[in-house]
Structure formats: structure tokens, C-alpha cells
Design a protein around this ligand. Structure first.
Ligand code: PNS
Length: 166
């Protein structure tokens, strides 16, 4: 029986840290679906369409990776609908863990058949988070080591767009 995992996140934008986690998940599961979802605690820089476009570009090299969006509703319900065995989450530091543990236990409560799998990216991505990448890029810093060239282009475009605003 084939195993499907979902890799959810806000991905605002998708970073090389996310890519590292995805590559590890691809080695563990037959299929991985990257699911872009909204986080009620965050306001995003990129629109849903922009984020999907970037993710599709970055993951196009993997034959067994799909991309989907969860417009609203619970991730646990989405996992049940697609028959996902696992939810993949990247954990960089101990401070990530409290929130992740809370989410994983709640997701298990909502859909007991799903298991959250925590994967650690390469240590070089320990301090790479979408929020800091956005901030540095919008202030003109070089983030080319941390994002795919297409994501970099989108960040630069966003910077120009925002500079034009009063
Ligand atoms: O990249 P993020 O912001 O850490 O991802 C968080 C995300 C999108 C995975 C989480 O907020 C989520 O699952 N949202 C969907 C709605 C939901 O199911 N919320 C309850 C989670 S227990």
C-alpha cells in the first residue's frame, strides 16, 4: 500500500529550509503533498496564488510531490479526505517544539489515524525562517543562499512593488 504524507505550512515564502525538509520526506514516503494553508496567527506578504506559483516552481523537480491549497477548514479534515498517513513538520530549534507539539496532539485528537512526523533540516538552515527572509529581502539584504532563484526573483519584485507605495 502506498503511503502519502502531507507537508503543510504557510510558506510565505518557501525557503531552502522547507526544501530540505521536503527532500527528507520524499525519501520516507511514496508521495508527499505540499499543502499551503493559512495560519490565523500570521499575515502573509505573498498572496495565495503567488505562494502556490513559487512552490510549484521549486518542487517541479520531484515526480512524487503534489501541491495543493487548504483555503479554509482544518488540516486534520484535509488529511482524512486525502487519506494521508502522516503530517510532516520541520523543527529547527527547541523553541519550535512547544507549538508543534500542541498542533500535533490536536491534529491527532481530530484525526487519530494521522501521525505527525518531525524532521530536522540541515543545521545550516537552523536560523532560516520565512519571516526573517522576508524582512531581510525587503530591506535589500542578500538572501540568495536561502531561497530558490525563482523565490528570490519574487522577493525582489515585491521589494520594488512596495517601494513604489507611499
Ligand atoms: O508554516 P506555519 O505557519 O507554521 O504553518 C501552520 C499551519 C498552516 C500548518 C497551521 O496553522 C494549520 O494547520 N492551519 C490550518 C488550520 C488548522 O487545521 N488549524 C488547527 C491546527 S491544530
Amino acid at each position: 500500500m502506498s503511503s502519502t504524507a502531507i507537508y503543510p505550512g504557510t510558506f510565505d515564502p518557501f525557503t531552502n529550509g522547507h526544501l530540505d525538509v521536503l527532500e527528507r520526506a520524499v525519501n520516507l514516503f511514496d508521495r508527499v503533498d505540499v499543502v499551503m494553508a493559512e495560519n490565523s496567527r500570521k499575515q502573509s506578504l505573498f498572496s495565495v496564488e503567488e505562494r502556490l506559483d513559487m512552490i510549484r516552481e521549486v518542487v517541479s523537480v520531484f515526480p512524487n510531490v503534489g501541491v495543493d491549497v487548504l483555503h479554509d477548514g482544518l488540516l486534520a479534515d484535509y488529511a482524512r479526505t486525502v487519506g494521508a498517513k502522516a503530517i510532516v513538520r520541520g523543527v529547527r530549534q527547541v523553541k519550535d517544539f512547544e507549538y508543534e507539539l500542541q498542533m500535533s496532539l490536536l491534529n491527532r485528537h481530530l484525526y487519530p489515524e494521522v501521525t505527525t512526523v518531525f524532521l530536522m533540516p540541515n543545521v545550516k538552515y537552523t536560523y532560516v525562517a520565512s519571516s526573517i527572509i522576508r524582512e531581510v529581502a525587503l530591506l535589500g539584504g542578500d538572501v540568495s543562499k536561502f531561497v530558490h532563484p525563482y523565490v528570490l526573483e519574487m522577493l525582489l519584485r515585491k521589494r520594488v512593488e512596495r517601494k513604489g507605495k507611499p
